[in-house]
Design a protein. Structure first.
Length: 233
């Protein structure tokens, strides 16, 4: 065992387990450079999980139960289909598909519209292309940070939820994040406006491939990711 990993109880996705992006980012701390993290089970909150080196990567477990695994990966070769402005991201957020509704993820720390202590990445359809999601992140000192720089886990989290592309927006049958491959290109400062954008790459039955990116106010690329979402049977 090389260490332990504990997800702050407030960093939930579903009410009783961790936000997928936060969890993937926490695992990626044990990997150098761009990383690919697979979630094998709901990640518990507030529990110390064992982290071990294995087969060139790391595995995270609770007792005999495999929770997640991660490994170093190459660059994420995706390009946003468009680069929303800060104003467009704000407009998209006003059209979040589940405003006023309660569902399994309405209290998500990252994107839950009912969370007043969360990141506030309440994504919605882009005003010029409804097949693309957009949202705005302006992190303050209440989010994990190191000095004036936002924690990498927060960047992974902001890449997660907006990658839930419009084709997956079935609140009665939500898909679950299974894998996230992320590359962080530039640090994000507290108070810096960051535009999140997400889009679909293709589906194979219950498997859905999507991508996301974080941009600065001028459209410069800060981070990018590819995600795998799976619709339960």
């Amino acid at each position: 065992m090389i260490g332990t990993l504990t997800i702050d109880p407030r960093h939930n996705g579903p009410v009783s387990s961790a936000n997928g992006g936060v969890a993937c980012g926490a695992v990626a701390r044990f990997v150098d450079g761009p990383a690919e993290v697979s979630l094998r089970a709901p990640v518990p909150l507030g529990e110390a999980l064992a982290v071990e080196r294995r087969d060139g990567g790391v595995v995270v477990s609770r007792g005999d139960e495999l929770i997640a695994d991660g490994r170093g990966a190459g660059p994420v070769e995706v390009e946003p289909p468009l680069r929303p402005t800060v104003a467009e991201a704000r407009e998209a957020m006003r059209s979040h598909p589940w405003l006023g509704q309660r569902h399994a993820l309405s209290e998500c720390w990252v994107c839950g519209p009912h969370r007043h202590d969360g990141l506030g990445v309440v994504f919605g359809p882009h005003p010029r292309d409804p097949e693309v999601t957009a949202a705005l992140l302006i992190a303050d000192a209440t989010v994990p940070h190191d000095g004036e720089i936002v924690s990498p886990d927060v960047m992974w989290a902001a890449l997660d939820c907006p990658s839930y592309a419009p084709g997956l927006w079935d609140v009665q049958r939500p898909s679950l994040l299974a894998r996230l491959h992320a590359e962080l290109l530039s640090p994000v400062a507290l108070g810096q406006p960051v535009v999140a954008v997400g889009w679909a790459l293709g589906s194979e039955g219950r498997k859905h491939h999507t991508a996301s990116a974080l941009l600065d106010a001028d459209g410069g690329l800060l981070a990018r990711a590819r995600a795998l979402w799976i619709t339960p049977r």
